[in-house]
Design a protein around this ligand. Structure first.
Ligand SMILES: Nc1ncnc2c1ncn2[C@@H]1O[C@H](COP(=O)(O)OP(=O)(O)O)[C@@H](O)[C@H]1O
Ligand code: SF4
Ligand SMILES: [Mg+2]
Length: 367
């Protein structure tokens, strides 16, 4: 092994691969009858090639709006998108529909929650898959059919030749979702966004579909954003996790760090809502009391403050900015995080010292 310092040679440059996805301060606002619905509020994250990000949060926290904003599937009027979304070097915010269509398929593709609505009920499976293949290739008819069969095989649909000739209603919910995944994979996307891909399915099928997505993601070195309202779904299947609330990411980082060194009270509340295996099967899921905020009337401070057991006056007055935790790339937005990290030195207006100190001391004793 040669050492540049010994030989006097210039140190070798280590090429750092650009992330596939770089999102900075992304926001989406709907104008509904003069009312502003701030559904996405300054979302920032990045995703490496071949890596998975789990996005979790209760219903209404902005997960689907994030997916639709990334895909560019928002309504064409009454919507304002701000910030930046760099995808494989292309700025997607403000990109026209023609260029976007070129990126859908080989660039990014999406799997929706309900396979029944994602498929055309009056069209056979074969032509629906073929349509996606043809959008980005000029293969002849026999090659397209062979590729459609291959795709059904890849998503483990048994007897693919017969399935190509069937209508969606002839398939079970799980099989329909496999077909939707096959369509999404038709052009080998670099990024797959799966928005609650198993929520509409029978509980026994859910794990099978999640395992399938995980296998496909690994085999194809795809990046994947897996959206779920259930932390347990993303726990063992993602490299990174982002916890959303009120259209913001409140905590984000390597999955193990977020689960093992949770800093946000909201993440803690979601974790405690997961039914535990040691509890009897009839045990009820512990719901988080209260409701997520109305995005047309977001509070001035931390949006979780009305439901947070640790809230102090500061929380209701000023929104906390993202801060770094000890583990690299682990960030959270909380004035009084779990684990006793003291509040950051306030800027620009001074924090009332005694309250911050008292709150921090109570955090230390809690940790
Ligand atoms: N097209 C739209 N027009 C107005 N408000 C919307 C629209 N789409 C979503 N919203 C609002 O944005 C918020 C976030 O919604 P959504 O992203 O669907 O939540 P989640 O997927 O986390 O359950 C909700 O309050 C919802 O009502
Ligand atoms: S900032 Fe305050 S209200 Fe918000 S999560 Fe942290 S402690 Fe709770
Ligand atoms: Mg949703």
């Amino acid at each position: 092994m040669t050492d540049a310092t010994d030989t006097g040679a210039a140190p070798a440059t280590v090429a750092v691969e650009e992330p596939l996805v770089t999102v900075r301060d992304l926001s989406t606002r709907f104008d509904v009858g003069g009312r502003q619905v701030r559904a996405l509020n300054g979302v920032t994250f990045s995703l490496a090639r071949g890596a998975t990000l789990g996005v979790v949060g209760e219903s209404g926290s902005g997960k689907s709006v994030l997916a639709q904003t990334l895909m560019g599937l928002l309504p064409s009027t009454g919507v304002t998108v701000g910030g930046s979304f760099l995808f494989d070097g292309t700025e997607m915010v403000g990109l026209g529909m023609r260029q976007r269509r070129r990126i859908w398929g080989p660039g990014m593709a999406m799997v929706f929650q309900d396979p029944s609505t994602a498929l055309n009920p009056v069209m056979k499976i074969g032509p629906q898959i073929a349509e996606s293949i043809r959008t980005h290739s000029n293969l002849g008819r026999p090659e397209v059919t062979a590729r459609a069969r291959e795709l059904l095989d890849a998503v483990h649909v048994p007897d693919p030749t017969r399935r190509l000739d069937q209508y969606p209603h002839e398939l079970s919910g799980g099989m329909r979702q496999r077909v939707v995944i096959a369509i999404a994979l038709a052009c080998n996307p670099k990024l797959l966004i799966a928005d609650e891909p198993t929520t509409a399915l029978d509980v026994t099928i859910q794990a099978e579909i999640l395992d399938l997505l995980e296998d496909l993601q690994t085999e194809r070195h795809m990046s994947m954003i897996l959206i779920s309202h259930d932390l347990a779904v993303v726990a063992g299947r993602t490299d990174q996790v982002a916890v959303m609330y009120g259209g913001k990411i409140l905590e984000r980082g390597p999955t193990a760090a977020v689960f093992e060194h949770t800093r946000m009270p909201y993440t803690e509340a979601l974790l405690s809502a997961i039914p535990r295996v040691e509890l009897p099967s009839h045990s009820r899921l512990r719901a988080i009391e209260g409701r997520p905020p109305d995005p047309s009337r977001l509070p001035p401070g931390c949006s979780f403050a009305p439901r947070c057991p640790y809230a102090q006056t500061t929380c209701t007055e000023r929104a906390p900015e993202p801060r770094s935790a000890e583990v690299p790339d682990h960030e959270f937005s909380c004035w009084y995080p779990l684990g006793g990290q003291p509040p950051p030195s306030p800027d620009p207006s001074p924090e009332p010292e005694p309250e911050g100190l008292v709150a921090w001391k109570s955090q230390v004793s809690r940790a």
